[in-house]
Design a protein around this ligand. Structure first.
Ligand code: NAP
Length: 251
């Protein structure tokens, strides 16, 4: 029986690339995001390769998260893998210059949204006595960088939550893993800099950043590990990045 993978943030970047990669491998997919047209497009394209179901909701809204999972048809209510990927940075600046709305966005999305979705999906995994939850954290969650304050704090929360979750579930045949990427070229910087394309592009110039496909391949590898193996905590960096904010730009 094909495994069912639910991907939050499947409309761009890491989530979209992972959906595409896993579709080719025959996983059945539940794709989530707010941009309905992108979900429809993915359902159309990937639907030619595998079974796809889409859920359009805002993960920061507690009721919407639980309603979305409840709305799944019975055949889709067996989630084998939860990829908690939806997340973004909003703004980059000192705390004294920061915007409260940006901070709320990051905490609501990166922390609360991830926790809500986990809570909503978990009963299904517990009932079937199996599952795998992969949380996308960040190197920023373990290495703070200047002006990263609240984003780094949100990813530190993901790191702490993931460890706690693993302790809660290791006797339940549910794997809990975290991936901490360094710089990945996606829409992430465009969102962080509120649509400023030039500023966003600069983040990825002068070295070879990770691509979303690199993460997709890592995730597929983690899912393919035998039942007794959990790649529990994976730091993945561009070769030219040594730490948060430490990138060797040569071009
Ligand atoms: P991205 O291309 O901007 O993708 C972000 C995804 O999150 C989109 O699919 C977006 O979908 C979804 N999302 C945002 N707000 C949402 C909301 N309120 N409700 C539901 N979905 C929402 O960025 P990415 O780089 O792929 O980011 C994926 C994850 O990797 C994030 O957790 C990010 O923090 C982490 N990460 C990224 C990097 C990097 O350098 N790119 C590094 C470390 C960690 P909709 O807009 O359609 O809702």
């Amino acid at each position: 029986m094909a495994k069912i993978v639910l991907i939050s943030g499947a409309t761009s970047g890491i989530g979209a690339a992972t959906a595409q990669h896993l579709a080719k491998q025959g996983y059945h997919l539940i794709l989530c995001g707010r941009r309905a047209e992108r979900l429809a497009e993915a359902a159309q394209t990937l639907g030619q390769l595998t079974s796809v179901h889409t859920l359009c909701f805002d993960i920061t809204l507690q009721n919407a998260v639980f309603k979305a999972i409840e709305s799944l048809p019975l055949a889709w209510k067996r989630i084998d893998v939860l990829l908690n990927n939806a997340g973004n940075a909003h703004g980059l600046g000192a705390v004294q210059d920061g915007q409260l709305a940006d901070w709320d966005n990051m905490i609501d999305l990166n922390v609360k949204g991830l926790i809500y979705l986990t809570k909503a999906v978990l009963p299904l995994m517990l009932a079937q006595n199996s599952g795998h939850i992969i949380n996308i954290g960040s190197v920023a969650g373990i290495q703070i960088y200047p002006n990263g304050n609240v984003y780094c704090a949100s990813k530190a929360a993901v790191h702490a939550f993931t460890q706690g979750l693993r302790m809660d579930l290791y006797t339940k045949n549910i794997k809990v893993s975290e991936i901490k990427p360094g710089l990945v070229e996606t829409e992430f910087s465009l969102v962080r800099f509120k649509g400023d394309k030039e500023r966003a592009q600069k983040v990825y110039e002068g070295y070879e950043p990770l691509q979303a496909q690199d993460l997709a391949e890592l995730i597929a590898y983690m899912l393919a590990a035998p039942p007794h193996v959990n790649l529990a905590d994976v730091l993945i960096l561009p070769t030219k990045q040594a730490a948060s904010g430490m990138v060797h730009k040569t071009q």
